[in-house]
Structures are given as C-alpha cells and as structure tokens.
Design a protein around this ligand. Structure first.
Ligand SMILES: [Zn+2]
Length: 156
C-alpha cells in the first residue's frame, strides 16, 4: 500500500481506510486536520457558524472566568497572542500602502529573541513572512512568503 508524508508532521504513513487521507493518525496531526476542517466550515457554512456561536455562548455562560484564569495561568499564551496581534497589525499596515512603511519599519526593527526557539517551542512547519533586514536591524518592507517544512527522524 502507498506510503505518503503527513501534511502536518511529514512522517510517512499508510492511509488505511480513506485513500484521500493527508494526515497521519497521531493525535496532534488529527487535531490540526480537525482545526482546518472546523475553520473552513465556519467560513463556508452559515448554519454551522451560528450553531458554533450559540454553543460557545452557552459554554462561556457555564464557565465564567475561564479565559481570565487560563491567561493568568499561561502567561506564554498571552505573550504569543500579543506577538501575533502585533504581527497582524504590521501586516495590515504593510497592505495599506507604502506611506505607512515608516511605522512598519519601526515596529519590525527589534532585536531577535535568543530564546524564541527552544525544546518547548521548536520550529513549526508552515508559512512565514521573511523580511530582509539591513545592517542597522531595520526591516525592509518587501517581504517574501516562505514555507518551512520540518523533517524529523522519529517514526511514531
Ligand atoms: Zn502526522
């Protein structure tokens, strides 16, 4: 039977039941697959979107303070969200035009964190924006989109 690389972890697997299968059966890969399916469904299916919204409202009502407690207990989650939001802001400004490039340069010209990649936060496969940086550490606006694939020797 055909072996193929999982779209998430890139380990080889054999599709057993579904010949269209693109993700291996590891829990993390199945969760990624479900997340992609869920987001596509939210975007394309108004009924699904409304049901999801109502269910989430019910859940929030039954779990008051959950997110505040979660954020208090997981400061790295808050930091990551803050960083993502900052990146989204910069990206929006870049899309809006070159008159805002001064702002974008200022916001992206920062010192790289040395602890950005650790055993707990390895490089994740995906698309990244590659921004050329001058000697002064100032980001130029013409960014490239690059795709990073992670290859490992572990077969699980
Ligand atoms: Zn996988």
């Amino acid at each position: 039977m055909e072996r193929r690389a999982c779209q998430h972890c890139h380990n080889f697997f054999r599709p057993l039941r579904n010949p269209q299968q693109h993700f291996c059966s590891r829990r993390v890969c199945q969760n990624v697959r479900k997340g992609i399916w869920h987001r596509a469904r939210l975007e394309n299916d108004p009924d699904y979107r409304e049901n999801h919204h109502l269910a989430y409202q019910r859940w929030r009502k039954n779990n008051p303070g959950y997110w505040k407690n979660y954020r208090d207990a997981h400061p790295s989650y808050t930091d990551r969200n803050r960083e993502k939001e900052r990146q989204r802001r910069i990206h929006k400004k870049l899309l809006r035009g070159s008159e805002t490039s001064q702002v974008a340069n200022r916001e992206t010209s920062r010192v790289a964190k040395c602890d950005a990649l650790t055993a707990e936060t390895p490089v994740k496969a995906g698309r990244y924006e590659l921004v050329p940086v001058s000697h002064a550490g100032v980001a130029k606006c013409d960014a490239l989109i690059v795709e990073i694939s992670v290859f490992t020797n572990s077969y699980q």
